[in-house]
Ligand binder design. Structure first.
Ligand code: SAH
Length: 369
């Protein structure tokens, strides 16, 4: 079965009523490539060469694919585009974090980030333009969702970040924690991750790939059915429904209990330890009683609690708690034997929290028009 949807890219420039057909992005057509190569009168191993150039040799053009006949390189460039996205902005932080604002063929903007930590080279990738979940503290959902990304657009973010690394360094980890709700676009995310983890793709072990979700139970079950090799991180952010309904409005339609049931199901199917994420918001979900309630929820589960200090978003009223409050929160959880990790804040100087860079750009653009 084909893992990629065939898509020719059509867009309408604002000054014209006629659509222009651009060469289709090759990354969305890898399964069809064998047939196309045969039509060019070339042997099937050419497909392997092209795939190797894209994923392993980090080619930036077809021209660079020097072990292909010149005529094939020309035909490839006429028929396909190697990248359908354009880098609209590239920011580098002095802690080694780099962030790309990526412009899609239709003008949509998404963000992705490269984080350096010791030997780790982790990337954070978006799954949608905007987000429909409406978490009140998050920049990504402030303007709703525009559309799902294609599998190719998800992969192109990975390839763009890979090309920022020196030749002797590789991406070691992927987190689907950029803009959007990955499980609202589960099929394309799974297709992209197939290539991210494939031997002839980016070759990243599935145990180093994490899908972060607000927690949509039917989609968690779907993921378990499609591909359960990846880690699942569930954005809990509150220990009871009353508070979660306020912070993560989609919870009103779900509820924590059914969410935990779906998470347990994924754990049973995948055998992968679950992660629960918890953004600490000063005075809102950071009090001792919240830590107590949270420990009751997590107790007995094979899970890690990942506590994230809030990365303030301009225009939103939320704040990061004081270090004393954070320490007290941590002590309570540890005293209940909950495995807690406190995530370092990296890249906040370059607006590395999801949705922030795009929002800045969209605001700049709208102030120009
Ligand atoms: N939709 C997915 C991916 C979102 S981004 C999800 O809900 O998991 C990954 C994590 O960052 C989520 O837990 C999200 O709630 C959190 N997050 C969003 N904005 C943040 C901010 N400003 N500071 C810290 N964490 C944030």
């Amino acid at each position: 079965m084909s893992r990629f949807n065939v898509q020719s890219v059509i867009f309408w420039p604002s000054h014209s009523t006629n659509p222009i057909t651009l060469p289709a992005p090759i990354i969305n057509q890898l399964d069809e490539l064998t047939q196309w190569v045969r039509q060019q009168g070339q042997p099937p191993f050419r497909v392997r060469q092209v795939i190797k150039w894209i994923f392993e040799n980090r080619a930036k053009s077809f021209e660079e694919m020097t072990d292909l006949p010149k005529s094939l390189r020309v035909a490839l460039a006429q028929h396909y585009s190697l990248f359908s996205v354009r880098i609209a902005k590239h920011e580098v932080s002095n802690d080694g974090t780099e962030k790309l604002l990526v412009q899609l063929f239709d003008g949509g903007l998404v963000e992705c980030v490269l984080l350096r930590d010791g030997d780790r080279r982790s990337i954070c990738v978006s799954s949608q333009v905007g987000c429909a979940m409406g978490c009140v503290f998050c920049a990504s959902g402030l303007d709703g969702v525009m559309r799902n990304l294609t599998a190719g657009e998800i992969l192109e973010q990975m390839l763009s970040l890979q090309r920022l690394l020196p030749e002797d360094e590789r991406i070691s980890h992927i987190v689907m924690m950029g803009m959007g709700e990955p499980l609202a676009n589960v099929e394309n995310v799974v297709t992209a991750l197939h290539w991210a983890s494939a031997e002839n793709g980016l070759g990243i072990s599935p145990r180093r790939i994490t899908i972060s979700t607000v927690g949509l139970p039917p989609a968690i079950e779907k993921l378990a059915e499609l591909d359960s090799r990846y880690h699942l991180a569930i954005s809990l952010h509150a220990p009871n429904d009353e508070l979660r309904n306020q912070l993560v409005p989609v919870n009103k339609k779900i509820g924590i209990a059914p969410l935990l049931e779906a998470a347990d199901f994924y754990f049973d199917v995948s055998g992968r330890k679950l992660t629960f994420e918890y953004v600490l918001l000063a005075g809102i979900n950071d009090q001792p009683q919240h830590a107590e309630e949270l420990s009751q929820i997590l107790y007995g589960r094979t899970a890690i609690l990942n506590v994230i200090p809030y990365n303030p978003v301009e225009g939103l009223p939320f704040r990061t708690p004081s270090s004393e409050t954070i320490a007290r929160f941590r002590e309570i959880l540890e005293s209940k034997n909950i495995v807690v990790k406190f995530r370092q804040r990296k890249g906040d100087k370059i607006n590395a929290a999801c949705g922030q860079l795009r929002r800045q750009k969209v605001q700049q653009l709208s102030s120009l028009s």
